[in-house]
Write a protein that binds this ligand. Structure first.
Ligand SMILES: [Zn+2]
Length: 52
């Protein structure tokens, strides 16, 4: 088993610019933190009567 050297690289969120310490999400080629990823996913949803 080899250890990957690239596990702990600092990735910055493409939206809020904060360093991502945990899971890195990718949306349309942009690296995002979890919060921004959720925002993008929700924003990408077609608008329905969601919050009624
Ligand atoms: Zn972010």
């Amino acid at each position: 088993m080899e250890k990957s050297v690239k596990t702990n690289i600092n990735v910055k969120c493409g939206k809020c610019g904060k360093p991502i310490s945990g899971d890195v999400y990718e949306f349309e080629g942009v690296k995002l933190c979890e919060d921004c990823y959720m925002d993008e996913v929700i924003a990408a949803q077609p608008k329905k009567c969601a919050m009624r």
